[in-house]
Design a binder for this molecule. Structure first.
Ligand SMILES: *Cc1c(COP(=O)(O)O)cnc(C)c1O
Length: 359
């Protein structure tokens, strides 16, 4: 029987703290669709200021935040957005920008560090004035940290360069900043500086920040006015969101400062994994709270098999691609949890190989 569960599937599994639950229980609330929820106003003002933008909007999920942002920037059907081939928007959001927004994706290869080559971005831009065949590029999307690239950080300098390209070509820049606070902490750069070149940013509250529900999008006043209308269209206008924003306020106050420790634990985890036979991690690629480790090609061991075996130990993890397993750290995973998980992983690998050999 499993007595201890360590959930490393995602930082979305963080549970609200006592302080959050108390804040939720006592939050002053009103109707946010009518624009009069006081707790939402306090939170959104704070968020806009932190991000260095004019205004902010609460949305139910990061997926809706990205969808609304892309649709606001690409109002005309048949617009094209340039985005990474390994980006969350392209891979994990049901193609919503196309199916709902009529926006065409033009993918550019993501480098292992989550960036796209600037010259490839430039080459992907299409300006079909007076031309019969091509959609018109209106937007570039970046992702920071880049989830599928292992939580790598995109620097302010690189973001500025992409912003320059966007400006030169009359395009907008959106950042999927689901984990932008992780990037800011890891790079030691204020979050507003990191997104300075962006016209809009989407931020998840329910990942490493630890709030139970919600995301925020930020941008200019006009952007947010249009976004609010789209949010209503998509059914994302919620009424007394002060209950959720109260938890988010506590997340900002208490949890941003804990992200650095998540990153330290991730590095420690990576080093531990490198001590286990048949597993390997490029430690230098562990920049934030994610660890993607490779399960070396051998007859019996596979990421699926390892994850299955780990479940029996109460260790939950997800596979990532055909040879890797993804682990995500967060502030509710302790140093002792990391130690214990490493011990279980080592045992699970040995067990699989022993059983495999005797079969
Ligand atoms: C989680 C995530 C999202 C989407 O957030 P949901 O709230 O799950 O819809 C978007 N982008 C990135 C990079 C994410 O990690």
């Amino acid at each position: 029987m499993v007595t201890r569960t360590i959930d490393l599937r995602s930082d979305t599994v963080t549970k609200p703290t006592e302080a959050m639950r108390t804040a939720m229980a006592t939050a002053e609330v009103d109707d946010d669709v009518l624009g009069s929820d006081p707790t939402a106003q306090v939170f959104l003002t704070e968020m806009a200021k932190l991000m260095g933008k004019d205004a902010a909007l609460f949305v139910p999920s990061g997926t809706m935040g990205n969808l609304i942002s892309v649709l606001v920037h690409c109002e005309v059907r048949g617009s094209e957005v340039i985005l990474g081939d390994n980006s969350h928007i392209h891979i994990y959001e049901n193609g919503g920008i196309s199916t709902i927004g009529g926006v065409h994706p033009k993918t550019v290869k993501n480098n292992p560090d989550g960036t796209m080559d600037i010259d490839q971005i430039v080459a992907a831009i299409r300006h079909p004035e007076g031309e019969l065949y091509y959609p018109t590029t209106r937007l570039i999307c970046l992702e920071n940290t880049h989830a599928n690239c292992g939580g790598r950080c995109i620097s302010a300098e690189y973001t500025d360069k992409v912003g320059e390209v966007a400006k030169q070509h009359g395009l907008k820049l959106h950042i999927d900043g689901a984990r932008i606070f992780n990037a800011a902490v890891a790079l030691g750069v204020p979050v507003h500086r990191l997104v300075q070149a962006a016209d809009s940013v989407s931020v998840c509250l329910s990942k490493g920040l630890g709030a139970p529900i919600g995301s925020v999008i930020v941008g200019s006043k006009i952007f947010i006015t249009k976004a609010k209308r789209l949010r209503k269209t998509l059914g994302g206008g919620m009424r007394q969101i002060g209950v959720l924003c109260a938890a988010a306020c506590v997340a900002l106050r208490d949890n941003v400062s804990k992200l650095e420790d998540d990153h330290r634990k991730a590095k420690f985890f990576a080093e531990g994994l490198n001590q286990i036979k048949h597993l390997s991690v490029d430690s230098s690629s562990v920049e934030t709270n994610m660890v993607f480790f490779t399960v070396m090609e051998s007859s019996h061991l596979s990421p699926e098999r390892l994850c299955q075996a780990l479940e029996n130990y109460g260790i939950l993890a997800l596979t990532a691609g055909s040879r890797s397993v993804r682990l995500v750290l967060h502030y509710q995973i302790s140093d002792s949890d990391v130690q214990y998980a490493l011990t279980c992983i080592k045992q699970a690998v040995e067990q699989i190989l022993t059983n495999g050999a005797t079969k």
